[in-house]
Design a protein around this ligand. Structure first.
Ligand code: SF4
Length: 275
């Protein structure tokens, strides 16, 4: 069986950095991440076994411990609350996310009406919204963009993992909303690279395997894009591989979301080679 890995797959810079920072904070404990460190249940369980568990809010963080902010980031009030409680903080917010947060903050300070192009429910978008002083509109589609009222000054930022093409198309719907528009394209290249490499590979193979958390938006998006090109399965671990998937298949392509650890990719790759 020929098994080909996508040119770009798996952990991105921001996720690698966050995991490293979380691991380095395990001793002396207790260390807790504010929410799951990444959208990958296997990695979250592994970290918990190493002593770094996830808590849902600062209220659940132990007084004498360390709180780790994940790569998606949080709003300014979380930093203030942690400071008030004298908690030790390790800030693993991805620098690209930080840039989007600061851009929204600055635009709002400079009296721009702020639009965040992104997924409303995504934790990163929520953190950017908080940094705008809760003074922004989140827009996910062209239709929503078209409904925005005209304003004097319009500032636009993006969720870092948003599709570049979709961002362009939404921005096009906003261009007639103001004569003073400041666009800050805070999209990170890791997502684009993984998507382009996956689409390219999907066009050359009989089946794509997309590895990553079912709760990971970027992995789910990779699976959708691959499914437009070829037969595609989204799986979290090698144990989900099914023999019937491999009937009449000669070439398999593998990709993985930015939150998928190397060891899971390796397991799937090796198991596929034996088919
Ligand atoms: S996808 Fe980009 S912005 Fe998001 S964590 Fe990774 S490097 Fe940072």
């Amino acid at each position: 069986m020929e098994v080909i890995l996508a040119d770009y797959l798996g952990f991105c810079y921001g996720v690698k950095r966050a995991i490293h920072m979380a691991r380095s904070s395990a001793q002396p404990g207790p260390a807790r991440t504010l929410g799951p460190i990444i959208h990958n249940p296997q990695m979250v369980s592994r970290l918990a076994a190493e002593g770094v568990e996830a808590v849902n809010s600062l209220a659940d963080a132990p007084e004498d411990g360390t709180v780790i902010i994940r790569s998606h980031g949080v709003g300014p009030q979380v930093y203030e609350e942690a400071k008030e409680r004298d908690l030790r903080m390790v800030d693993a917010t991805c620098p690209h996310v930080k840039k989007a947060q600061m851009a929204a903050h600055q635009l709002s300070q400079d009296s721009f009406s702020v639009v965040i192009v992104g997924e409303k429910k995504h934790p990163e978008v929520k953190s950017i919204f908080e940094w705008s002083g809760r003074n922004a509109l989140v827009v996910e589609t062209e239709e929503e963009a078209a409904q925005i009222a005209p304003c004097d000054k319009l500032g636009i930022v993006a969720q870092t993992t948003f599709s570049g093409d979709k961002f362009q198309s939404i921005v096009a719907c906003l261009l007639n909303k103001s004569n003073d528009i400041h666009i800050i394209r805070t999209i990170c290249t890791a997502t684009d690279q993984r998507q382009k490499a996956a689409i390219d590979l999907a066009g050359k193979v009989d089946m794509m395997l997309v590895i990553g958390g079912k709760n990971s938006a970027n992995t789910t998006r990779l699976a959708q894009l691959c499914a437009e090109k070829t037969m595609t399965h989204h799986l979290e671990t090698a144990s989900e591989l099914q023999d019937e998937w491999f009937h009449n298949i000669k070439k398999i392509g593998i990709t993985a979301g930015a939150s998928t650890p190397d060891w899971i990719i390796k397991e799937v790759y090796q198991k596929c080679q034996k088919k």
